[in-house]
Design a protein around this ligand. Structure first.
Ligand SMILES: Nc1ncnc2c1ncn2[C@@H]1O[C@H](COP(=O)(O)OP(=O)(O)OP(=O)(O)O)[C@@H](O)[C@H]1O
Ligand SMILES: [Mg+2]
Length: 202
């Protein structure tokens, strides 16, 4: 990083922006295998938050790879850089007062931990969207597992690239046991229990 950079402290700060929006900024980080149901769940939670008048924004894996991260592939180092950028965007959005939902396979615990550490205490909420490989592979809505089995994709998480199961997720949502609607309800119940909505950011 250049030593010629100076951080400008602006007058309107994160706390006042959060207060103006009447909410506590959060990053709801959905991690899990491809096909586990992260996008479905994050989409449902975003919709429910919007209905409650909350200001949220969903960052979804494939979508950011069209633009922000279009130069990156799926090697270990590119996956790490992908998540580093997403983490920085999430941090900016938190500064703006938003509730960020992020739906990324994010297979490496260290990458998830780095994002947690870059955010203010209590902002990062790790939600493990759990479904076993057989279930994800049978869903395979994008045909990725089939392509990987045919050798057309390398480093498919769950097959020839590891998924590091979160050891201390804030919340686990099993999509083999819960319908999409029940899964959304579980996240909302957790938020209602744990989050003081008007606390702003501290
Ligand atoms: N709770 C659920 N119960 C049953 N099926 C579900 C559930 N949630 C999602 N699905 C189905 O599983 C498939 C994968 O869902 P989704 O696209 O949300 O997964 P994803 O985790 O975002 O995958 P990717 O990492 O590839 O983007 C879809 O066909 C979806 O309809
Ligand atoms: Mg998805």
């Amino acid at each position: 990083m250049s030593s010629n950079l100076t951080w400008h402290q602006h007058t309107v700060d994160a706390a006042s922006r959060a207060e103006a929006l009447g909410q506590k900024p959060l990053v709801l980080w959905f991690t899990g295998l491809s096909g586990a149901g992260k996008s479905t769940l994050a989409n449902g939670v975003e919709q429910a938050l919007a209905q409650r008048g909350k200001h949220a924004f969903l960052l979804d894996g494939d979508n950011v790879r069209h633009g922000l991260c279009s130069d990156l592939g799926f090697s270990d180092s590119d996956r790490t850089e992908n998540l580093r950028r997403v983490g920085e965007v999430a941090k900016l959005m938190v500064d703006a007062g938003l509730i960020v939902l992020a739906a990324f396979v994010s297979p490496f615990a260290a990458d998830r931990q780095l994002i947690r550490e870059r955010l203010p205490q209590g902002v990062f909420v790790e939600i493990y969207v759990e479904a076993d490989l057989a279930t994800c592979e049978s869903r395979d809505p994008k045909g990725l597992y089939a392509k990987a089995r045919r050798g057309e994709i390398a480093q498919m998480t769950g097959l020839d690239s590891p998924f590091e199961v979160p050891q201390s997720a804030d919340l686990v949502v099993n999509t083999q046991q819960l319908s999409p609607e029940q899964a959304v309800a579980k996240v909302l119940a957790w938020l209602d229990d744990k989050v003081e909505w008007h606390a702003g950011i501290d």
